[in-house]
Design a protein around this ligand. Structure first.
Ligand code: TRP
Length: 439
């Protein structure tokens, strides 16, 4: 007898799990360093435009494909007769697995810093050289293993008892942490300059590069790579509201990113530091801020705890689409599969943890610029062309509080995949240096 497919326990649980997926290092670490490098508030304009043009629709497209087929991306492609779906369906799955492997490395750094702030060691280091020595040592491997074990533990309990339950606890805590940190940062002397940097856009800063960064940010931040959100959608019930949830998750995710901007930029400006310092912003720049701030040790702990929770709830959403393939398609036991995948992720994580260039290559070029848009296009084409836009619209409107009108059909069939295609082409051109992008 066919084993019954797992389901989310409640609407709130689904929203917490998807918010857990969406809100991650992308919102805190990546958003702030990209925004800092792209001229502050200027970054927000393309970011918001792309959020509305592709982000919200993207969530609907991926959830709808999953719920319609009651399957993850591989089986969905096979079911709807996508040519070569049996093979192409692996692309988004392999991609999310690679993302998981490098993501867990950075999560490891966060745990290390969380423990150091708790012990007080963070207050005595020289942040720049310390971080350099740490990432070039073997120590990140230990943290990587701990992060993966935590993820495996949650995922091994399944969708409702593992992922949903953990996110229902972690996400409200995350919100409380962000609010406390934001109040601290906004009340620092000289916070106004940071607020201005983050709220007064200099339109001349909006170059192609900024658009591409914003697009990459939206896809990564909403976990839209063609795997996670498809499988999360496959656990939805017919009565669940897809468009309404897409709106809540997209706006909620952006709200958290903006709040994180109000944590980071006022503090950076208050201490006269550089907001454009890139990926090391959270580890080097902020560490030196915590060292000088009143109550710095306590706030450092809250900040790195925030990063850790955000990363862990995203990790589980990266592992799930891969686990689901082995559980539903190959009919293997969940506990065994999660253990094995955890081990494999550790192996792929080793070069990421030890070689900075490998981490950069995997994180920016391979997974984000190339494989993510490919996965996005595959899913859009599968839904619009093979399931068919008519059936897709019926499915998206099932249980919906705001029904999608006729416009939705041509939008999902032509405009949405075309926008992703443009992003993919720009990304590839920038890889060849034909077009310059700083990721
Ligand atoms: N959205 C998460 C973040 O902003 C990252 C993430 C979670 C993700 N699951 C994903 C990215 C699946 C791509 C694919 O940090």
């Amino acid at each position: 007898m066919e084993e019954e497919r797992e389901r989310w326990g409640s609407k709130f649980g689904f929203i917490m799990a998807t918010m857990g997926s969406a809100v991650g290092l992308g919102n805190i670490w990546m958003f702030s360093y990209r925004c800092g490098r792209c001229g502050g508030a200027a970054f927000l304009i393309p970011y918001l435009i792309i959020l509305f043009l592709v982000g919200i629709i993207g969530l609907m497209v991926e959830w709808t494909l999953g719920r319609k087929n009651k399957a993850g991306v591989l089986d969905s492609l096979i079911n709807c007769g996508f040519p070569g779906g049996k093979y192409l369906g692996w692309i988004p799955i392999i991609n999310v697995f690679l993302i998981f492997s490098f993501y867990a490395v950075i999560e490891g750094w966060c745990m290390k810093y969380m423990v150091m702030s708790l012990s007080g060691e963070l207050m005595a280091i020289d942040p720049g050289p310390y971080f350099g020595n740490f990432v070039s040592s073997y120590e990140p491997l230990i943290w990587l293993a701990i992060g993966i074990i935590a993820t495996v533990t949650i995922n091994s309990f399944g969708v409702k008892k593992g992922i949903e339950r953990a996110c229902k606890f972690m996400m409200p805590l995350l919100l409380v942490l962000v609010v406390i940190l934001m109040i601290r940062s906004l009340t620092l002397p000289g916070a106004e300059a940071g607020i201005a940097f983050f709220t007064k856009p200099d339109l001349s800063k909006i170059t192609w590069d900024v658009w591409l960064n914003a697009a990459g940010q939206i896809f990564f931040s909403l976990s839209l790579v063609g795997s996670t959100m498809v499988v999360y959608g496959s656990y939805l019930r017919p009565k669940d509201d897809i468009p309404g949830s897409a709106l809540i998750v997209a706006l909620g995710n952006t709200a958290i990113a903006l709040m994180c901007g109000f944590v980071i930029f006022p503090a950076v400006f208050s201490f006269g530091l550089d907001p454009a310092s890139g990926p090391s912003l959270a580890f080097i720049t902020l560490s030196s801020i915590f060292q000088q701030m009143v109550g710095g040790r306590f706030f450092a702990f809250l900040f790195f705890l925030l990063l850790f929770i955000a990363a862990l709830s995203s990790d589980v959403s990266m592992m799930e689409p891969v686990t689901e393939v082995f559980v539903s398609h190959f009919k293997l036991g969940r506990k065994k599969v999660t253990l094995l995948l955890g081990f494999l992720a550790f192996l792929v994580g080793i070069p990421c943890a030890l070689l900075g260039w490998f981490l950069d290559l995997l994180a920016s070029v391979v997974t984000t610029m190339i494989l993510a848009p490919i996965g996005g296009i595959i899913v859009a084409v599968a839904l619009a062309w093979f399931v068919g836009v008519k059936h897709a619209r019926e499915e998206v409107n099932e249980g919906a509080s705001i029904k999608m009108g006729k416009w939705w059909e041509p939008y999902v069939k032509y405009i949405y995949p075309a926008i992703i295609l443009v992003i993919l082409i720009l990304g590839i051109l920038s890889c060849f240096g034909i077009f310059e992008a700083t990721w």
